[in-house]
Ligand binder design. Structure first.
Ligand code: KIV
Length: 276
């Protein structure tokens, strides 16, 4: 008999129940060990296509493939027991038709074991969101700044700065909510617009640079850990791991160059690493 209490994974209805109550805590994760560390503290982990930039050094997310998302999605699901895991649909894998989106999202869910997928786009994605959610695939929508459209938007820019732009973005929010998305990410959005959308729709909004008025918050993990070479202005760094790693590497290099270590000590620490 197992001595470990069974941890119940957070479900889609659990996330929906946060609407207007306690804020949803969400972060991105791309590999098993960090997912394991984050699991007790978050409600939702997103295997974001930002992994193209964060893990692979790409300039944007456009080169990310379904295979990359599946490989990292599997790792994050393996590393978690509790958080609801959402995997991003990469550019080119879902926009063409609801049928193609369904086929690729099925592959993501079957191969990773994730609970839901996320896709960028507002009103234009309504039919696809409906097609998937009516067939058993929970969808998180993503509106405002949609990085896969960076070439059309002309860069990574805050959306809804001028009130004239609000109606189209409010319509995006209404359409994705009515099409069956169970939550919607609002990225880089002016606060009054994010507040208005959050009050107007009955699914939770999860903000990233969209103000505390949202029903929850998400950040790219490496940004908030101080590990990313460039972070958006709105990101608060909760740790400075980039500096800590550089310091550790420097200390290690000094030690290795300065004196010889007994082989035994080195072997012991390697073994410990493997056993844990
Ligand atoms: O890919 C990603 O990490 C995202 C977040 C920025 C929400 O979509």
């Amino acid at each position: 008999m197992s001595v470990h209490a069974q941890v119940k994974r957070i479900t889609v209805p659990d996330i929906k129940a946060h609407k207007g109550t306690t804020p949803i805590v969400a972060l991105t994760a791309y590999h098993a060990h960090t997912a394991r560390i984050l699991d007790p503290y978050v409600d939702l982990l997103l295997v974001g296509d930002t992994l193209g930039m964060v893990m692979y050094g790409m300039d944007d997310t456009l080169g990310v493939t379904l295979e990359m998302m599946i490989a990292h999605g599997k790792a994050v699901v393996r590393g978690t027991d509790r958080a609801l895991v959402v995997v991003d649909m990469p550019f080119g894998s879902y926009e063409e038709s609801p049928e193609i989106a369904f086929r690729n999202a099925c592959q993501v869910m079957k191969e990773t074991g994730c609970t839901a997928v996320k896709m960028e786009g507002g009103a234009r994605m309504g039919p696809t969101i409906r097609f998937l959610s009516e067939r058993g695939i929970p969808v998180v929508a993503h509106i405002g700044l949609t990085p896969q459209s960076t070439n059309v938007l002309g860069g990574f820019k805050t959306q809804g700065r001028v009130e004239d732009d609000w109606a189209a973005i409010e319509n995006d929010a209404q359409v994705v909510a009515h099409s069956g998305a169970f939550a919607v990410v609002l990225e880089a959005m002016a606060e009054p617009l994010a507040a208005k959308i959050t009050a107007a729709i009955d699914i939770p909004t999860i903000g990233i640079g969209a103000s505390p008025t949202c029903d929850g918050q998400i950040l790219v993990l490496e940004d908030m850990l101080g590990l990313s070479p460039r972070t958006p202005k709105f990101v608060k760094e909760f740790a400075t791991l980039g500096a800590a790693i550089a310091g550790a590497a420097e200390a290690y290099a000094e030690e290795v160059r300065g004196r010889a270590f007994p082989a035994k000590e080195h072997t012991y620490s390697m073994k410990k690493l493997v056993d844990e």
